[in-house]
Design a protein around this ligand. Structure first.
Ligand code: HEM
Length: 475
């Protein structure tokens, strides 16, 4: 990026401040004779009829019917907050990313927390993946970091994304959630078991965004001044600690306040408190691929923190609420490809699958100028801004459609189960059995086989619990 762009960006940051503080309220009192605030339609005589020519009436109604915009295809329900990111440890040894060079550097950020499989009315405590997206407004342009609170994904090939999401959505026949749909998908996707044991543990239910972690799930690449490339996974750790709830508390809170996590975030900031997270990275030499039992670019796997320790990078402080939800949160456009010099996409197939589809979705829901919307701050953007696609890297191979050579679908699922506390193991077994008890025996058999492969103890305990439940249900 040239210097002028940098200056432009700095000016933009002050307009960003405006975007983040202007309140637009169209619900002004009507009836003072001012045409913009009229409270009567134009009629023939006081009792009507109303005239077709009353364009004030028409435009008033037309403005209303256009207040809603197209929803995101996933992560529909969300809440936003503003603040800043401060670098604490220089990452200059590993990346040229400009905002990670000097301890003490501070830049503005906008965060959107969301529920991955949701409608606007989905309860915040539903069993769900929580999204945690951050937009960094740097002098060089926008850097986006999209995270989920569960560190692994349900599939490892992007061509299966829509199949997986559809399995979690209500049935197209009657708009009702049908466990058979989801578990039939899992039966066809053994790689989803690691995700499933995490989602059905207490980690699938939370009541506050202040207490969830964030994980990039996908692997990116960092490049330093010597052009040395390393694999990188990002992680947010909440300063207030990670806290989950069990399914009973989740069900109770669903009824009490379906927006509990959104209100909690908003109220915390209204009271003058801050919401804080530490940013950490795990780095890996790409040559390590040869010695690992799994593929580190497989997003159904985590990287062992003993081998790849969490390196502290910086701190994020959220201290301001939005005052215009539509302009500042609904119109946010995050993409895993909004990268800057020093960060690239890796060959992680899921990440490659995500590379362009976010912009397509945003063009559809926000229009072709989505980058010029002030909260997205990319007014000066041109395709040439995309300098981060790994130029100079040597790539060769035969064109194929195949799975990764090293799959190892069950080891980490079993490790996760055995690392849980006894209480949390019981919760996982109860949550899985409650679902598996009501699906068809054929699908149940396949899922139980997978659970046995993850851990024979887990498989046996779920099997026993299902038998108890089906006896109770008289099945
Ligand atoms: C092939 C796999 C995937 C596809 C095709 C996909 C697609 C999408 C699309 C189209 C959106 C809506 C974008 C918009 O309209 O603004 C979205 C949102 C999102 N995705 Fe993905 N996604 C995939 C995998 C993932 C993974 C692995 C993560 C893990 C970090 C993730 C995290 C998110 C988050 C956090 C959002 C919400 C962004 C916001 O708050 O606006 N996605 N995804």
């Amino acid at each position: 990026m040239d210097k002028n762009n940098g200056q432009f960006q700095r000016k933009e940051n002050s307009s960003l401040e405006k975007t983040r503080s202007v309140t637009k309220d169209s619900s002004t009192h009507r009836g003072d004779g001012n045409p913009s605030t009229l409270s009567h339609s134009q009629t023939v005589g006081a009792r009507g009829p109303v005239l077709e020519q009353d364009n004030v009436l028409h435009e008033t109604l037309e403005t209303f019917v256009n207040t809603k915009i197209i929803e995101r295809p996933v992560h529909v329900k969300g809440f936003g907050a503003f603040g800043y990111f401060q670098t604490i440890h220089s990452m200059a040894e590993y990346t040229t990313l400009s905002f990670l060079q000097n301890p003490g550097q501070q830049i503005p950020v906008t965060v959107r927390f969301s529920l991955a499989v949701s409608t606007k009315g989905t309860p915040d405590t539903s069993r769900n993946v929580r999204g945690f997206s951050t937009k960094f407004y740097t002098d060089e342009g926008i850097f986006d970091l999209l995270c989920n609170h569960i560190p692994v994904f349900i599939v490892r090939d992007p061509i299966r994304f829509s199949e997986a999401i559809n399995a979690l959505m209500p049935s197209p026949v009657n708009n009702l959630i049908d466990p058979e749909r989801f578990w039939s998908f899992v039966a066809k996707a053994p790689e989803s078991i690691h995700f499933v044991v995490r989602l059905f543990s207490d980690a699938g239910t939370a009541k506050s965004f202040r207490h969830i972690p964030g994980h990039s799930v996908n692997t990116f690449v960092w490049k330093n001044t010597q052009d040395v490339r390393r694999y990188v996974k990002y992680h947010w750790v909440p300063f207030g600690g990670v806290k989950y709830i069990d399914s009973q508390e989740a069900a109770r809170l669903n009824g009490e306040n379906p927006d509990i996590a959104g209100s909690d975030l908003y109220e915390t900031i209204v009271k003058g408190n801050t919401v804080e997270y530490g940013l950490y990275v795990q780095l890996m030499n790409p040559d390590d691929v040869a010695m690992l039992p799994f593929d580190p670019l497989d997003n159904t796997k985590i990287w062992d923190e003993q081998l790849y320790p969490l390196l502290p990078v910086g701190q994020m402080v959220l201290n301001r609420n939005p005052d215009n939800y539509m302009e500042q949160v609904e119109k946010l456009a995050y993409s895993p490809s909004n990268l800057l010099d020093g960060a690239e996409l890796s060959d992680d197939k899921m990440l490659q699958g995500r590379a362009n589809i976010y912009w397509d979705s945003q063009r559809r829901r926000l229009g072709p100028d989505f980058r010029s919307i002030p909260i997205n701050q990319q007014k000066d953007w041109s395709p040439a801004s995309l300098v981060t696609s790994g130029n100079g890297r040597y790539v060769e191979g035969r064109l194929v459609r195949s799975d990764l050579p090293k799959q190892d679908d069950f080891t980490q699922a079993g490790q996760y189960y055995h690392a849980l506390s006894f209480v949390n193991q019981d919760h996982l077994i109860n949550n899985l059995s409650a679902e598996l008890a009501v699906i068809s025996p054929e699908i149940r058999k396949v899922i139980l086989k997978y659970l046995f492969q993850a851990s024979s103890e887990l498989g046996e305990r779920v099997d026993r619990q299902i038998n108890l439940q089906t006896k109770e249900l008289g099945k």
